[in-house]
Design a protein around this ligand. Sequence first.
Ligand SMILES: O=C(O)C[C@@](O)(CF)CCOP(=O)(O)OP(=O)(O)O
Length: 322
Amino acid sequence: MKATAIAHTNIALIKYWGKRDNVLILPANSSLSMTLDQFYTETTVEWSDSFTEDQFSLNGKIQSDAKVGRFLSILRDQFSLTSFAHVTSTNHVPTAAGLASSASAFAALALAASKAAGRNDDETTLSRLARQGSGSASRSIFGGLAIWQKGEANDGSDSYAYEIPTPSKLDLALVVAVVDAGPKKVDSRLGMQTTVETSPFFEAWTKQATLDLEAMQRAMKENDFVTMGEIAERNALTMHATTMAANPPFTYMQPLSLALMDAVRDLRVAGIPAYFTMDAGPNVKVLCLTKDAERVKEALSVHTSLLYICHPGPKARVITHD
Ligand SMILES: O=C(O)C[C@@](O)(CF)CCOP(=O)(O)OP(=O)(O)O
């Protein structure tokens, strides 16, 4: 039983940062993201009783990846399977872009594994599954804009994402500026954990992120792009503030990240509504309107040549099944 699926990466405008349950990967706050059209993962899964162990290859190289291994065990258990799986994954992101996200990887893996097991899981089930591989993957099951509701139940049954309408009058773009292609120094899972355990700002973050999500949804309903951008930028900086107060303190920001942020502020002074966000890495992503995307790209090209104009992308989908 074999299937291939594609899922696109997503960038959060209201961040997921901190878990309330590390085993089930349940978040401390709800989040909102945009699935990107430019970057995706293509994954083939084959379940077979003839395999003697799970096997995972990424971009043509067999490797052992603890998160993938753990996720395959979760899937085997939830699918009541006893066979092993061979997983072949290819990240379609610009080489050395440092953008290969776990979001697209685990969403594609969840969908391909489900289909290869002969199942017809609905998107809510797939989102719940993908979440157990990597939290942000719960959102990549969907295209366009999605909210991952944190849920209240201790078993994670109500912690999954769903698609929300893109503001009807806004043609949104996200310009991705690559600062550093190298591997992250502190990966998001460790970064979150250190923050939850040691940052005095963590509780304030979860409260503020909740208010930010409500305000973001109001702004979207009103097609109020400036307010959307202001909320997204402030939410990202609030998230990154928590890491600077952690013990030991750390930050994902590099000098070039800060220069790009200044360039975005300069664009606003010049009358271009553009707002930055950053995740668990130094790259900067700029939310803008499509009509301004080339102007934003040009302004950022002073600092980096690795620039990608993205738009809301498609939902995860199966491309072959046999
Ligand atoms: O995407 C966002 O909401 C914000 C972040 O990218 C960081 F800024 C978090 C991504 O965390 P993820 O890799 O999903 O962690 P996992 O659940 O520990 O695997």
